[in-house]
Design a protein around this ligand. Structure first.
Ligand code: FE
Length: 403
């Protein structure tokens, strides 16, 4: 949490909730301790407290919330100093990733609430790198969709890798840019029923959407948009962001393109072609750019993750992060909507945090790849994010495939 963030109730709730989650799994579930605050489950258990009522609870004030968080951390450190087994480690791994997700959510709440931008944590200024048009060809073949053991912590919905068959496809080297999306807006895309699904049109009508949510029209020939609490010119070659699945889908119909399936996305990101390029092999990279099987952790030259830059960079930036097929920024920059519904893989079984995936199957769309504000712990190629198709508050854009 940045020092400049105005503390409003949703932010206060989020901070308390993150601390509660750590306490619930690492101190109570794993170590058998009693709750530190008697009424904590009624305040912060997101499975039990309805979203709409969260902000009106009788929450501890800022000092009380921070004291609770510090108390939980202190007790964790005490337990960790004694050493932990693998079973206990799972709960720490889970809790830190849950915190990562809320750090990202707090960052997009800065945008939705017209709050201050994130404080400068050594982030680089977004470079101008331009556009990266065109498609690459990915050959067909067998692809094992999902994650396997040996990849470190993985979520229940990624288990387990299972065989699928892919037809050859062509996918864009880069995500759709602001300039490319503006062409759709200027062509009357938001007023043309034929470009929208039934559900998408219903959303558009209800909201009266005429352009992406933060866009503010053209000034001196250039599109402007609200960025946190100021209005700025949109970078034409940065990926479009804050578009929901319906808007991505409508752009595709207008452009005579389509969204990739999550299987196609994953194969384009970490798949490897045979020597003659005719088919996919069964080899998969740990990261799009990394064929070593070693650590190969993302750096700011590979991926815009972990607040490496102060927002999304142009789509031609970071060529060192290209996949084997030449797709750029598959990891980081913006989340990418896929055409796939969020569904369980074959043999799915819920992990101890039962409400992480299971309640949401069938009602959400899968996004892949992470964004500039995502932790590298989360943004592995196999990570499946999922949001309802109307969500336009997330740092999400999309890339497309040839029809
Ligand atoms: Fe949560």
């Amino acid at each position: 949490m940045g020092p400049y963030l105005t503390i409003v109730n949703p932010v206060l709730w989020e901070i308390g909730h993150v601390a509660w989650f750590h306490e619930y799994w690492t101190l109570r579930e794993a170590a058998g301790r009693a709750p530190l605050i008697e009424r904590c489950d009624r305040l912060w258990d997101s499975s039990a407290v309805a979203h709409a009522t969260r902000w009106h609870l009788d929450l501890p004030d800022r000092a009380g919330t921070c004291a609770y968080m510090a108390d939980v951390l202190h007790r964790q450190e005490h337990l960790l100093a004694r050493g932990i087994d693998d079973e206990t480690r799972y709960f720490y791994d889970l809790s830190i990733r849950h915190e990562d997700m809320h750090v990202e959510a707090l960052t997009y709440m800065r945008q939705t609430s017209s709050n201050a931008p994130p404080p400068d944590l050594g982030m680089r200024t977004r470079p101008s790198a331009g556009a990266l048009p065109g498609d690459v060809a990915v050959p067909g073949g067998r692809w094992r969709l999902g994650s396997t053991t040996g990849e470190g912590f993985i979520f229940d919905n990624e288990k387990w890798a299972h065989e699928t068959v892919l037809a050859p496809f062509r996918i864009a080297r880069a995500a759709v840019t602001n300039a490319e999306f503006a062409a759709f807006v200027e062509d009357g895309g938001y007023r043309t029923r034929a470009f929208w699904s039934d559900a998408g049109w219903a959303w558009r009508e209800q909201r009266g959407a005429e352009q992406p949510i933060y866009w503010q029209g053209k000034r001196d020939g250039a599109w402007a948009a609200r960025r946190y609490r100021t209005v700025e010119e949109l970078a034409p070659h940065a990926p479009v962001m804050f578009v929901n699945w319906f808007e991505a889908d409508a752009w595709c119909r207008w452009a005579e393109r389509r969204l990739p399936t999550e299987t196609e996305w994953e194969a384009a990101a970490i798949g490897m072609p045979s020597a003659d390029g005719a088919r996919l092999t069964d080899r998969r990279r740990r990261w799009p750019w990394d064929d070593t099987g070693g650590d190969g952790r993302p750096t700011a030259a590979h991926a815009n993750l972990d607040f490496a830059f102060d927002g999304p960079v142009d789509v031609a930036a970071l060529p060192a992060g290209d996949s084997a097929f030449g797709c750029r920024q598959m990891i980081g920059n913006v989340w990418e909507w896929t055409s796939s519904d969020f569904l369980p893989f074959v043999g799915f079984a819920a992990d101890p945090y039962k409400d992480y995936s299971q309640p949401w199957f069938g009602t959400r769309k899968v996004l892949r790849g992470g964004c500039w504000a995502t932790s590298a712990r989360i943004a592995r190629p196999g990570y499946r994010n999922f949001f309802t198709p109307d969500r336009n508050d997330v740092f999400a854009g999309f890339r497309t495939c040839e029809l």
